[in-house]
Design a protein. Structure first.
Lengths: 320, 328
């Protein structure tokens, strides 16, 4: 009898579904290949999902602060940060710290610039981050024009290596996700972020520093995107201009599939991992089935729409 | 709109001149920024002030203007279309393959596209879905369909389409005429007609429109179908100019069209949009690129210049809004 409430609380978690879906797809893929490459598939998906998760967490915090809040500068940020990181490291192991510090600093500056546009010039966040991304993109083109610089060997090892099949990167990002999950649900900052998303006016009247919280959120998102850019450059052996392109859609998609409400105020971190694994495994499943790139894209799109339709059906009682 | 004009009648007659002045200034902003940009270009490169020069500069602006109008229609009902760029790419691929080889089938597919847009409008309204996510999903779908249709860049646009977009009109280049006609036609429909008022009302005050007996579902379907139609026009015009297509030919149109609408004085919520402003905004974004090449600044900074102009115009608009808030 005691199990029933536990079961309902677990079933009530919105992030559970993304993990279930990811698991189902993994099983389907393995069943198709007859058990071949099950481990390497899992290892690969952990690596690739880690990048989705990093940007997804930042995007999630931004989306949490309410409707209209979204960070469109992520792809340009990734491209620029990757270039900055590789240039600062200059392929020397002794300069890794400089690259990391430089990229995190760049991320902070980008976040500050984004929020300055939103706050000082009163530009809607979508347009503010969009115009910022135009500027960043140009900077990335102009700055990253020179020859491709290889990441230092040690940094490359960290980004691509693994221990018993579990990538270092995935371990770090799981840790990061745990910390950010704690920040979202337990810290004062996270609580205020959620409160602002549910009702900004009420949060302000309750004594919340709405502007400060939103400022911190945009900086956080930009720093995470920069970090993703740096790791991605290390992972793929150098920065490239187009490496951030798919991350705009992906960052929004993992947040939504993970069970976070697009209207803000209701978020969760674990779902992002589930959704990222789900998206990557889906693509590799369709690959193993021999589907062409076009079919893969179409199915990905249809699944995103199906997920949002199903999720909104459950929540319609609240919004109505 | 009506509410703000009736405001002075209630007694604050002194404020009305300041209020109207600020509003006039704000609605003139898109036109003024375009004029300043054009004059700068003409001063830097007087040869641009010719039939040929204008034609060259503005030719590729027409598809962007059409895309901006499509985006504006969606923004009117408080939604956002993140799939517009990939949709236009798909239309371009259809035009370069099916429409050329099997005209009837091609036309059917294009009509089907508009029907899909209408269905999306219905789905978003009935299930009360966030349009950003649904159109995000659709952007994958259109991209996938385009890749299936045209795996590698190529194809060729139908002859009639190519000659249609290259019409040489007397006095003014075809591109300018199309833009002017587009702006006026959409303005008359959306801002002056009864139906247009109802359609905008669905963005401004949906409850009032529903209480007045209009079906919000049908309004959403109409707006999405119209947006789809303009998207199809944009794709056709684009492929007529480029003569061949590629699955990612118009991806950047998504962001450009949103920027154009906002640059033209539109707002994300409340059904406040301006068709003429949207067309002017699109032209401004396109010319920002040209200005840079006339200034011999490396093309690296072309996208950046569009961002800078966007920020600059919005900063100007904010100061005008401040003027409105303090009419003294």
């Amino acid at each position: 009898m005691k199990r029933v409430p536990l079961l309902t609380t677990v079933m009530g978690k919105p992030w559970l579904w993304s993990f279930l879906a990811a698991l189902l797809i993994w099983i389907a893929t393995i069943a198709f290949t007859g058990g071949q490459g099950a481990g390497s598939l899992l290892s690969g998906s952990l690596s690739f999902s880690a990048f989705f998760v990093i940007v997804g967490i930042g995007q999630m915090f931004v989306i949490t602060t309410g409707p209209g809040n979204i960070d469109l500068s992520i792809p340009a940020n990734i491209a620029l940060s990757g270039a900055i990181g590789m240039k600062l490291m200059d392929g020397q192991p002794g300069l890794i710290w400089l690259g990391v510090v430089g990229v995190l600093g760049a991320g902070m500056l980008i976040g500050c610039a984004n929020y300055a546009l939103i706050r000082v010039l009163r530009i809607p966040p979508i347009i503010a981050t969009l115009s910022a991304s135009f500027l960043l993109q140009s900077m990335a083109i102009a700055y990253g024009r020179s020859i491709r610089i290889q990441p230092p060997e040690m940094f490359y090892q960290f980004c691509t290596g693994n221990i018993w099949g579990v990538p270092f990167l995935a371990i770090s990002v799981v840790l990061l996700a745990v910390i950010m999950g704690y920040v979202l649900t337990r810290s004062i900052y996270g609580r205020w972020t959620i409160a602002i998303g549910q009702n900004a006016r009420a949060a302000e009247l309750a004594g919340g520093h709405v502007n400060l919280i939103r400022f911190a959120t945009y900086v956080l998102s930009a720093v995470f995107a920069s970090l993703c850019g740096l790791l991605l450059a290390g992972f793929s052996g150098g920065a490239s201009l187009s490496m951030g392109e798919e991350y705009l859609l992906a960052s929004i998609a993992v947040v939504v599939i993970g069970g976070t409400s697009v209207a803000g105020g209701f978020s969760n971190v674990p779902g992002i991992w589930g959704a990222a694994l789900f998206l990557y495994l889906l693509v590799s499943m369709l690959n193993t089935f021999g589907a062409s790139a076009g079919v893969r894209l179409i199915l990905t799109g249809l699944i995103i729409i199906a997920v949002i339709t199903a999720v909104s059906g459950r929540k319609s009682a609240r919004t109505a | 709109m009506n509410a703000s004009t009736s405001l002075p009648l209630k007694g604050a007659a002194v404020k009305s001149s300041g209020l109207n002045y600020a509003r006039l200034l704000r609605s003139a902003l898109p036109g003024v920024s375009l004029a300043v940009l054009l004059i700068t270009i003409f001063i830097m490169q007087p040869r641009a002030m010719s039939y040929m020069g204008m034609n060259l500069m503005l030719n590729l602006a027409v598809p962007i203007a059409l895309a901006t109008v499509a985006q504006m229609l969606i923004i009117t009902v408080n939604d956002l279309d993140l799939s517009l760029g990939s949709f236009i790419s798909f239309v371009a691929c259809v035009a370069a393959t099916l429409l050329d080889q099997h005209p009837v089938l091609g036309c059917l597919v294009l009509l089907g596209c508009i029907a899909v847009y209408a269905l999306l409008g219905a789905l978003i309204h009935i299930r009360n879905l966030p349009s950003i996510v649904v159109t995000l999903g659709m952007s994958f779908v259109w991209m996938g369909a385009a890749v299936l249709l045209l795996p590698a860049p190529g194809g060729s646009a139908p002859e009639w389409l190519q000659s249609l977009v290259r019409i040489k009109t007397p006095l003014l280049p075809f591109a300018i005429i199309v833009c002017v006609v587009l702006a006026i036609a959409v303005h008359v429909f959306l801002m002056r007609s009864t139906l247009g008022v109802v359609l905008r009302g669905a963005g401004g005050n949906p409850l009032a429109i529903a209480k007045a007996g209009w079906s919000l579902l049908r309004i959403k379907i109409t707006m999405y179908a119209l947006a789809g139609t303009f998207g199809v026009f944009a794709g056709l015009f684009l492929v007529g100019l480029t003569t061949s297509a590629d699955a990612s030919i118009a991806l950047r149109y998504t962001l450009l069209s949103i920027a154009g609408v906002i640059l033209g004085g539109g707002e994300f919520v409340g059904g406040r949009v301006s068709p003429t402003g949207a067309v002017l905004g699109a032209l401004t974004l396109v010319l920002a690129g040209s200005l840079l090449s006339f200034m011999r600044i490396s093309p690296d900074w072309q996208i950046g210049a569009q961002g800078a102009i966007l920020i600059f115009v919005l900063a100007l608009r904010m100061s005008v809004n401040r003027l409105e808030a303090r009419p003294l």
